[in-house]
Design a protein around this ligand. Structure first.
Ligand code: MSP
Length: 633
């Protein structure tokens, strides 16, 4: 049995999980499931990175004690993943005792072999990155990531003799092209290795930072956060003592984005060499998600919440969108419109339609059971040939982390089956009494659907399970022969009852307006659901009386006919634009179910709606007179 180990980066706990974290973790989950389906023994690791300056600062900002803070944010990741149907085998936290012991073990080993030395260092330090920069790496004298000038720091520290391993690393990467993929990142790393990268400072004096792992050979220092974090990949496997390490380490695939290429492609393999361990098998590097054309960032207020998307469109559809939209290795742009478009085209139209009409026809023409397959004709054999190519390509691309290409191949089959139905016209065969032909066509389609659903399990697990259940196919991971699925076309047992209908992908409305130039004025507030809006009771009222407020120049006391026998009193901040006399008889829109409150001693039962303009406050009114109390919707 083959062993397959996939890891995600361990995420810093200074930010809540967002789209970027979700993508890497969904990629890892999908590839883990693919290998499970292929019959491999799989270990899928994710976790959180919890030491260092950044985390201490984030805890302070949140007004929490560091340990409490890291527990809370790590928990947020652990709570989210199952909701995105992510099933990991282990969740590592760098504050775990077992991890700390493993880091100290590796440090001691490398120290004893002479690859760690103590020296004074003077350099330019970026606190955001928690590392020293060389002049060359700066852009206009600033850290390229944080856009701040680094601080000159002179201090004694421990250094890892990384320079000793750079040439062997370069040779390894030259000789093993598969170890860093896609190629553009491999070339980028080879480029880095042509520069003089020197040694790596791997400690921080406790005088400056205590939230870290103490060096086993000097209690005055803690470990540099990257030296600590990278070791998670082996500490989680129980290195050095556990069997799990021996079994799974040789099959390791690390999934990361391009932002952390250098630590994974240079620091980590040289650390492994120094510790006498074999290098990882593959580093799979993906690009960055932007939101529209903008970088996703808290300060721009455009951070995409993955749970929100999954709840709105379904986890399966969300995962499908991410994997099909991003060409692995390149950047991609996330917009809700693109998601809805792809959802409607690929899922609602192509796949959803294939399922709903075929199941309906199976009920109408074949008593709701998988029919017998008769002798195959040319058109049927063409389906099998298209299926063979599509599935074989799906498997090859998926294995190579080319998810968008894999799904495009699978959709060749989805679309071909739809065309085959149109061409074969089962309704006409039924009318013409061609029962054997009819059964054959429906069998061929149902079997194709089974294969599609099975191959989609890594991408959209619960939806695929529902589709397979609709087809009445019983399966377990042990009974699946994934490779064999590309050739044989007779997995479904004739006579098996199938579901009567399938509505897995109801069409979605494009709720979001296409990105228009931002109107002047404040940025849009958080989106709300229609239910949120419906909670507001907006009505039209007619002004019966308006008086200046005795204690506030800004305010008017307005009495409205709201359709009830007693006038409603609303205190409105409109005195700067409206004289009381000008309001009489006017119809206004007001919030009727706002809890009453006193404004400068006067009870206000609602709020009149107005728009601030350069010329003052414009009131909202219906364009034609309506009965007082009419609801606005
Ligand atoms: N803690 C380190 C990793 C240590 S691994 C030994 C770290 N953490 S992080 O929280 O900043 O996560 C970075 C990773 O999150 C990226 O490499 C990528 O996997 C994911 N992403 C964060 N933002 C992203 C996008 N906008 N787009 C795609 N993925 C991104 O670095």
């Amino acid at each position: 049995m083959k062993h397959f180990f996939v890891s995600t980066p361990i995420y810093y706990v200074n930010a809540r999980p967002h789209l970027g974290h979700a993508y890497s973790t969904i990629v890892a989950d999908s590839i883990a499931r693919f290998h499970k389906l292929a019959g491999d023994a799989v270990f899928f690791l994710t976790g959180t990175d919890e030491h260092g300056d950044k985390i201490v600062q984030a805890a302070q900002k949140a007004g929490k004690e560091v340990r409490q803070y890291v527990d809370d944010v790590s928990q947020a990741f652990q709570t989210l993943w199952p909701k995105l149907e992510i099933e990991y085998d282990a969740f590592i936290r760098t504050t775990m005792e077992s991890h700390i012991r493993c880091v100290q073990y590796v440090l001691q080993k490398v120290y004893e072999s002479g690859d760690i030395y103590f020296s004074e260092y003077e350099g330019l330090y970026c606190f955001g990155c928690e590392r020293f920069y060389t002049e060359k790496e700066l852009v206009h004298g600033k850290c390229p990531d944080h856009q701040v000038e680094p601080t000159p720091i002179k201090e004694k520290n421990y250094f890892f003799r990384m320079s000793r391993y750079l040439e062997p690393l370069r040779r390894h990467i030259e000789e093993h092209p598969e170890c860093i993929q896609p190629d553009r990142y491999r070339n980028e790393v080879l480029g880095m290795l042509r520069e003089d990268l020197g040694d790596l400072c791997i400690s921080r004096p406790k005088a400056r930072l205590t939230w870290g792992i103490e060096l086993p050979f000097d209690p005055n220092f803690v470990t540099y956060v990257w030296f600590d974090a990278l070791i998670n990949y082996i500490s989680a496997l129980g290195y050095p003592h556990e069997e799990r390490f021996r079994k799974f380490w040789p099959g390791v695939h690390h999934v990361v984005a391009k932002d952390i290429l250098k630590p994974h492609a240079v620091f980590w393999p040289t650390m492994l060499m120094a510790a006498g361990l074999p290098l990882y098998k593959a580093l799979r590097v993906h690009g960055y998600w932007t939101v529209g054309d903008a970088k996703m960032s808290k300060s721009l207020g455009n951070v995409v919440d993955p749970l929100d998307m999954a709840q709105r469109y379904g986890v399966g559809a969300f995962r499908y969108f991410l994997l099909s939209e991003m060409s692995f290795g390149q950047d991609a742009s996330f917009t809700e419109e693109a998601l809805v478009q792809r959802y409607n085209a690929d899922l609602a139209n192509d796949l959803g339609n294939l399922f709903s009409r075929t199941l309906a026809m199976t009920h109408k023409y074949c008593g709701g059971r998988v029919p017998e397959c008769g002798e195959l004709g040319d058109g049927d054999r063409e389906v099998l040939a298209v299926g063979h190519t599509a599935l074989a390509q799906f498997q090859t691309h998926f294995q190579q982390f080319q998810f968008s290409r894999a799904l495009a191949s699978l959709w060749e089959l989805v679309r071909h089956l739809n065309k085959y139905i149109d061409h074969s016209a089962p309704w006409a065969l039924f009318r013409g009494g061609e029962t054997i032909r009819l059964s054959t066509v429906l069998y061929v389609v149902l079997e194709g659907m089974r294969k599609i659903a099975l191959h989609l399990w890594p991408v959209m697990p619960s939806v695929a399970e529902a589709m397979l259940a609709q087809l009445g196919w019983k399966w377990t991971l042990e009974t699946v022969d994934l490779e064999g699925e590309t050739s044989s076309w007779f997995g479904l047992q004739p006579g098996t009852p199938v579901a009567e209908r399938s509505s897995l992908f109801p069409r979605q409305e494009v709720l979001v307006a296409p990105p228009a130039p931002q109107p002047p004025g404040p940025a849009l507030k958080e989106p709300v659901d229609i239910e949120d809006f419906a909670r507001l009771d907006l009505r039209v009222g007619t002004v019966l009386e308006a008086l200046p407020h005795p204690q506030a120049d800004r305010l008017l006391i307005v009495r409205l006919d709201d359709g009830t026998p007693t006038p409603r009193q609303v205190v409105a901040g409109i005195a700067s634009s409206w004289a009381p006399a000008d309001l009489l008889g006017r119809q206004v829109v007001f919030v009727a179910n706002l809890k009453p409150r006193k404004l400068r001693g006067q009870v206000s039962q609602g709020m009149i709606l107005a728009v601030k303009t350069d010329a003052g406050l414009a009131l909202l009114s219906p364009t034609a007179a309506v009965p007082p109390g009419s609801p606005v919707s």
